[in-house]
Design a binder for this molecule. Structure first.
Ligand SMILES: C[S@@+](CC[C@H](N)C(=O)[O-])C[C@H]1O[C@@H](n2cnc3c(N)ncnc32)[C@H](O)[C@@H]1O
Length: 247
């Protein structure tokens, strides 16, 4: 799979360009550091969930888009833990996309195809992807622009394709505390799963499901089964809205 050369991209620098080179997934926050020792531990909670719900990620063959991919952590952690797919990442920040190239484990998998967004819009064809992920992005998208993001994701998904929206859970007090003290989140507006579900249903027909994640510190492997039994309880630090486009 080829990658577009980020050095040739033009356009206004995005807010997130300022954070790209040093981006460490918010681990500059002392509470987050207490709960996990590396940003990848937090991402791995989402990738483990994804691997359970999309078994083909273990064998390969799915076309997967990570929308607002940042430095590519979700795709990279998937690959580092045995995930296989035809990966594509897009983001409004070309600085972030450059970091995907720098940090990608080329010995394990080809570099994802990378493309800059123009606002919500992507350059991808209608129905190009089997699955799309949107992780910790929507709370950075101004509320008035979110419908355009939902519409774009629906456009690029194949019939029968699956969309996974991972977000911080505003009902969790620790999450609100950390977000209020994290520089990259200074303009963040958190959203609950109901808003995501309604936003999606305003733009298309989907079968929807919601799980809550990250009740326990991500670094404590022994407590992972507890997380799985609590997936119904709307208090986890993260949630995922899973949306299936009709086939
Ligand atoms: C907190 S980072 C998350 C990155 C990555 N998805 C992850 O889970 O590590 C938020 C990302 O969303 C991107 N972003 C912010 N506003 C956006 C928008 N309006 N549309 C798309 N991406 C946006 C930023 O450029 C940034 O890379």
């Amino acid at each position: 799979m080829s990658s577009t050369d980020p050095r040739s991209w033009s356009g206004e620098p995005a807010e997130f360009d300022d954070y790209a080179a040093e981006y460490e997934g918010g681990l500059d926050n002392p509470i987050k550091r207490l709960l996990g020792s590396s940003p990848d531990q937090f991402i791995a909670v989402k990738t483990r969930w994804l691997m359970r719900h999309e078994p083909k990620l273990r064998t390969g063959g799915l076309a997967m888009l990570d929308y607002g991919c940042g430095i590519g952590s979700l795709m990279r952690v998937l690959v580092n833990t045995g995930g296989r797919a035809d990966f594509t990442g897009c983001d409004i920040s070309t600085g972030m996309l450059r970091q995907v190239e720098k940090r990608w484990p080329v010995s394990l998998a080809p570099l994802p195809a990378l493309a800059p967004q123009q606002g919500a819009r992507t350059p991808f064809a209608d129905g190009q992807f089997d699955i799309a992920t949107v992780s910790a992005v929507l709370h950075h998208v101004p509320v008035a622009e979110r419908p355009a993001v939902y519409a774009e994701l629906g456009r690029v998904l194949k019939p029968g394709g699956r969309l996974y929206v991972f977000e911080h859970n505003p009902r969790n007090p620790l999450v609100r505390h950390v977000v209020a003290r994290t520089p990259i989140d200074k303009n963040a507006i958190l959203l609950d799963p109901k808003e995501v579900r309604h936003g999606l249903l305003d733009t298309g027909r989907y079968d929807l499901d919601t799980d809550y994640l990250m009740f326990m510190p991500p670094g404590l492997a022994i407590l992972r089964p507890v997380d799985r039994t609590l997936a119904w309880l709307p208090l986890g630090a993260q949630y995922v809205v899973a949306a299936r486009k009709p086939g």
